[in-house]
Design a protein around this ligand. Sequence first.
Ligand code: FPP
Length: 261
Amino acid sequence: MVSTKRKRKKFLNSNTPSEAYNVLDCNKLPSHVAIIMDGNGRWAKQRKLSRIEGHHKGAEAVRTVVRTSREIGIPFLTLYAFSTENWERPEKEVTALMVLLKHFLRSEQKEMVDNNIRLDAIGQIDRLPEDAREELHHTMMLTQKNTGMVLSLALSYGGRAEITKAVREIVDDVINQKIDADTISPELISGYLYTQKMPDPDLVIRTSGEMRISNFLLWQIAYSEIYITDTLWPDFSKDEFVDILKNYQLRERRFGRVFFQ
Ligand code: FPP
């Protein structure tokens, strides 16, 4: 029997589906990739389509990135699918995004189960409409024992809201003498965030060329590598994703330290 690691290496060295795989070092992959998926609206506008059609096309790119991450062997993938600020969009668009989420989850359940992907969600999940929330919980339940990759959807997520919630819980625990204020440390704070069971992202990708973080994983990305591409999210392809991973592998991560040659 071929071990998963050998199988992966064979896959990465094979001629298909992309030549780019040949030079990807499977021993230097990011443990956690987080993506700000931006540009669905502009993609649609360029084609005189509705923003909602742009989101539908964006969902196809989600599928591609999830499959590619799993094939390559990235352990954690987090996708910014809906921010706390996105509730302010026109009601029609918000409703369409929630319906799209529900249909996406339903259509991907089998693939997630078959490919050993565990679905997780971060954010104010209780704000989602009931049917979308139920589909989300159902998918999380179906995939809860999977060990191949964790796909986290950031839904009604905001970094400031997450940190505020953590501060409130820490204060409660201090008042109730569950923890001592002297023990509050960066590690303890990380343990109060939605992402407590994940490593911090090694790589944050943002599509559509905007140079901002938009309230995404504010605490967790302190030392993440950032890659911004002009590509609009619906056009984001497997080949570009692999190229970005190759670029990541060329970077020297210093975490604020100095390395002498
Ligand atoms: C940003 O593009 C994108 C969003 C707010 C939603 C992201 C949703 C998807 C990628 C599709 C559905 C996802 C799942 C998980 C089913 P924008 O609308 O802000 O684009 P613009 O900046 O060009 O207007």
